[in-house]
Write a protein that binds this ligand. Structure first.
Ligand code: MF3
Ligand code: CO
Ligand code: CO
Length: 295
């Protein structure tokens, strides 16, 4: 006969003997055992926590992401095209035994997103020539041994003017403000809250339509990580979560329009927009960036 007492139902008397229902008593505590948390986050949020071997795989993909960004930076100068940047990224990724995740992702036609000046994100590399004073964001996501790491930086082309300097400074510090909230017990909402408070305090605005995201086993996994929000809202951070923080900050208003190519997002008021992105891991102590660079 099947032993029905082994699995305790939510409405059964609690096995601790308190006389309360299991769901009102020890079920909650059981949920916070590390093994059960993994199931809870998987079931409730569809978040796949990462194990040591996964983290090492994502870290390696992250190292390649950073090497690619360094290569791109060394080649940025007035006169090159955005498609030249794409070619550099594509060849370097393949040479290192990886696959560029953007290529053919939901129909995206190139191997990197290259977004100039008022382009917020998802710029498609083409014959556009970079000129002195431009800012250009390059967003890189290789798949290495099945693992994804996602990071981007905004670079100056030649000598920046005061507006370019300001938006790049605010976007860079927005990422570091978001990352400073990363520790178990804080929430996803705390990240967006910290970013929004800082960026708006600098007179800039935060893009709402695009958010950070879980990453590692796939390009975009749950959870979503907004770069705006309220303190204490949303899912609690726990060790093993891997996601991106990638604030897009505009010098003018937050509104955007998508161009006819169905990808390129530009500021509606055509003000400058900048972005920095890293892939981060929540740890017992706080966090580790898996695509670490100085901010
Ligand atoms: N790398 C972008 C991100 O940070 C996503 C680009 S999707 C693409 O999430 F198809 F445009 F590549
Ligand atoms: Co991303
Ligand atoms: Co990215």
């Amino acid at each position: 006969m099947k032993n029905r007492t082994l699995k305790v139902g939510r409405n059964d008397p609690c096995p601790c003997g308190s006389g309360h229902k299991y769901k009102k008593c020890c079920l909650d505590k059981a949920m916070f055992e590390p093994e059960n948390l993994k199931d809870l986050y998987a079931k409730k949020y569809k978040i796949r926590l990462k194990q040591a071997a996964d983290i090492e795989g994502i870290r390696k993909a992250g190292r390649l992401t950073l090497d690619t960004l360094d290569l791109v930076e060394s080649e940025i100068k007035p006169g090159i095209t955005t498609d030249y940047i794409n070619t550099l990224v594509h060849k370097f990724t393949i040479k290192n035994g990886a696959i560029p995740a953007p290529l053919n992702y939901r129909g995206f036609p190139k191997s990197a997103c290259v977004s100039v000046n008022e382009t917020i994100c998802h710029g498609i590399p083409e014959e556009q020539v970079l000129k002195d004073g431009d800012i250009v964001n390059v967003d890189i996501t290789p798949i290495l041994n099945g693992y994804y790491a996602d990071a981007n930086k905004t670079f100056f082309v030649g000598t920046p003017g005061p507006e370019a300097r300001k938006i790049v400074r605010v976007a860079r510090k927005s990422l570091s403000k978001g990352m400073s909230m990363l520790k178990p017990g804080n929430t996803i909402g705390d990240i967006g809250w910290a970013i929004q408070k800082y960026a708006e305090g600098e007179g800039c605005s935060v893009v709402r339509e695009f958010v950070g995201h879980g990453v590692g086993f796939d390009f975009h996994e749950p959870p979503q990580v907004p770069h705006f929000g309220r303190r204490g809202e949303g899912i609690s951070l726990i060790p093993g979560m891997v996601f991106t923080i990638e604030p897009m900050i505009n010098l003018g208003k937050k509104d955007l329009v998508i161009l006819k190519d169905n990808w390129t997002a530009v500021t509606k008021d055509r003000s400058l927009s900048a972005q920095f992105e890293q892939t981060v891991l929540v740890t017992e102590q706080g966090f580790e960036s898996l695509t670490p660079y100085d901010l």
